[in-house]
Every structure is written in structure tokens, then in C-alpha cells.
Write a protein that binds this ligand. Structure first.
Ligand code: ADP
Ligand code: DP6
Length: 330
């Protein structure tokens, strides 16, 4: 019997040096290398089943049937995978994110990593992590970094076959905490993809960051190698501010923060001044990440729990890469 169904679990990743802008919009090749941390508690499980009995593709995310852009993105990605496998079967895709979708916590990263792994496995494509990473990149750029555990770099390259992720250090190398802060209010007008495109096209600061980013990459690689938490945190925070400066100076301006986000930026500065060394990073949402040392995590979480505008705090450690699992969602 030919099995055409498979399930994968993938974790989200937190960008320490951000991917922000594409040199090739179709192939999803980035303007700069980026470095991230694969985390252990923000995950997607996806089951993909290909069958002659399906009249069309179906995509169910968090128990809701999807249409429009989310479905089209999944279909476009399935088409690439179907093309490689040389099959024309329709698919049922069922996926669950265990954290907020489209809220700046990289659901597209874990989502497309899980989809790529499950779909390619269902079609019997025996791909290694480098090939999977390259394929997943076509669905959502940041997803290519989720194939590896721990600290990961996505290489830009000018060549479609050379832009993929590599592991810098596994999840046991350097123990840090990523406290994911989920706010009640959300503030997003554009998808990450749209915002990135607008930024690259219109921000007068875009090219300036490309020079600085090379230096940030050197610093973060060094920080990981030497387990230097201060250098890691300082550089991640500085790179986050560069990305948001670009976003803010775009036309139309991209403001992802709310008053609560600003309040938390101040809060992290105060934690540092009080001796609880921490840094923040923010992607395309109000939600944010507080990077800290394991020994400070409980104390910081206890303070955070008293802040009324915080809905949830998810304590993450460095986590594993994508895995195929036996428990199908349907
Ligand atoms: P985020 O900050 O959550 O990554 P994005 O705008 O980059 O926000 O991506 C959100 C989009 O990613 C969703 O609108 C949907 O198209 C896609 N996505 C999210 N989760 C999944 C999933 N589990 N499977 C497939 N696609 C997903
Ligand atoms: C701010 O990977 O979601 O999180 O490739 O268009 O799908 P597409 O974009 P996506 O962008 C992530 C941007 C970021 C920074 C990062 O993860 O490096």
C-alpha cells in the first residue's frame, strides 16, 4: 500500500539578527543572512494527506477552514512539492498552532516548516534537512531556519540552490530563556510579507542597515560560540531596533507596537538596571520576546504575571528542529 499521509511538528524560531527584505520575491532569497533561535514551546503540528478522492485542496488551520491568502500560500507551496514528486493529487492539510497566528510570533515559520516536512514525507521524497530547508524557504523565508535545533543561520546567496539554513550550535550548547509575552491588544495592518516589501522599497534607512547587519552577524556568531549572553542580547536588541526603524520610516509607515509594547521596552531596561540582565526583541506584532538567563527567568515571570495587559507568558528554551511524528491530526 502506498502511504500518502504524514504528520510533522515544527517549532517557531526567534530572529536574533532579522531577515527583512528579499532580493528575489518569487524564490524568497533574502537581502541579508539572518540568525535565529529555535524555541521549544511555540509549535505547529501539521498533517498532510494526498488522495485521488479529494476534489480540491483543503486547508484547515486551528479547526477553521481557510480560504483566500492563507489557503493560496499553502496551495502554492504544495504545488512546488507536487511538482518535485511529479504527482497531481489534491491534499487535505490540517494544522494546529499552539500560539497566536499572525501576531508577530513567527507562525509562518513553524507553519511552513511543518507543512514542508509533512507534505514531502507523505509523497515519499527522501530529503535531507538542507534540501528541506531550501524547499521550505519558498513557502516562508524564516521557516527554513526551523529545520535545525538551537542557533541557526540562513545563508542568503545569489543562487536558489545555495540559500539555506545551517546550524551554528544545537539546543544544548547555550542555555538561555526566551520569555514570549503575549498582549491583549494587537496592532497589525499589513502581513509580514507586505510590510517587508514596503520597507525595502521605501525606507531611506534600508541600505544603511545592510552594512550594519554584517557586523551584527559577526557579533552574534561570536556570542553563540563563546556563550556570551550580554553580547548576544545587546546585538539582538540593536538589530531589532534597526528593523523597526526601517519599518517606521517606510511609506506607509509600519508601526507594529502599541503603548503596551513601549511600556515593556522600558520594563526590560529597568530589569537590566536592577541586575536582572535581559534584552528584548520584537518582530511584526505587538508581542515581544524577553531574552534572559535561566537563573533570572522565574523572578521575571513572577513580575510579569502582575502586569494586567499581558495575556500570556510562554517560557521558551532552545528547542529541537522539525520531526516527523506518528500521531496524525485526522
Ligand atoms: P507571523 O508573525 O505569525 O509569522 P505572518 O504574517 O508572517 O505572521 O504569517 C502569518 C501567516 O502564515 C498566516 O496568515 C498564514 O498564511 C500562515 N500560517 C500561519 N500558520 C500556519 C500553519 N500552521 N500552516 C500554514 N500556514 C500558516
Ligand atoms: C520580522 O519569513 O514571515 O520575523 O518570507 O515573506 O514569508 P516571508 O516572511 P517571514 O518574515 C519574518 C520576518 C521577521 C524576522 C525574521 O524572522 O528573521
Amino acid at each position: 500500500m502506498i502511504i500518502t499521509k504524514a504528520t510533522a511538528i515544527a517549532n517557531s524560531n526567534t530572529a536574533l539578527v532579522k531577515y527583512w527584505g528579499k532580493q528575489d520575491e518569487q524564490l524568497i532569497i533574502p537581502m541579508n543572512n539572518s540568525i535565529s533561535l529555535t524555541v521549544d514551546s511555540l509549535s505547529t503540528i501539521t498533517t498532510v494527506d494526498f488522495s485521488e478522492s479529494y476534489d480540491e485542496d483543503l486547508f484547515i488551520l486551528n479547526k477553521k477552514i481557510q480560504s483566500d491568502t492563507p489557503k493560496k500560500r499553502v496551495q502554492k507551496h504544495l504545488d512546488i512539492i507536487r511538482n518535485i514528486a511529479n504527482v497531481e493529487l489534491n491534499a487535505n492539510v490540517v494544522s494546529e498552532n499552539n500560539f497566536p497566528t499572525a501576531a508577530g510570533l513567527a507562525s509562518s515559520a513553524s507553519g511552513f516548516a511543518a507543512l514542508t516536512a509533512a507534505a514531502s514525507s507523505a509523497l515519499g521524497l527522501n530529503m535531507n534537512p538542507k534540501e528541506l530547508s531550501m524547499l521550505s524557504r519558498r513557502g516562508s523565508g524564516s521557516s527554513c531556519r526551523s529545520f535545525y535545533s538551537g542557533f541557526v543561520e540562513w545563508i542568503k546567496s545569489d543562487d536558489n540552490n545555495e540559500s539555506y539554513a545551517i546550524q551554528l550550535a544545537d539546543e544544548n550548547w547555550f542555555d538561555i530563556r526566551d520569555l514570549v509575552i503575549v498582549f491583549k491588544k494587537h496592532n497589525r495592518k499589513y502581513t509580514t510579507r507586505e510590510a517587508m516589501k514596503i520597507s525595502k522599497k521605501t525606507s531611506p534607512l534600508y541600505d544603511a542597515r545592510l552594512e550594519i547587519v554584517e557586523d551584527n552577524l559577526v557579533k552574534v556568531r561570536k556570542a553563540i560560540k563563546e556563550r556570551d549572553f550580554s553580547l548576544l542580547g545587546q546585538t539582538a536588541e540593536a538589530d531589532c531596533l534597526l528593523m523597526h526603524s526601517i519599518a517606521l520610516t517606510s511609506n506607509p509607515s509600519q508601526l507594529f507596537w502599541t503603548a503596551e509594547t513601549l511600556g515593556m521596552i522600558k520594563f526590560v531596561q529597568e530589569l537590566r538596571e536592577g541586575g536582572l540582565e535581559s534584552y528584548y526583541t520584537i518582530d511584526t506584532g505587538t508581542n515581544m520576546h524577553i531574552l534572559t538567563k535561566p537563573e533570572f527567568s522565574d523572578e521575571i515571570c513572577a513580575i510579569l504575571r502582575k502586569i494586567p495587559y499581558i495575556t500570556n507568558i510562554i517560557e521558551c528554551k532552545p528547542g529541537p528542529g522539525v520531526q516527523i511524528i506518528k500521531d496524525d491530526l485526522f
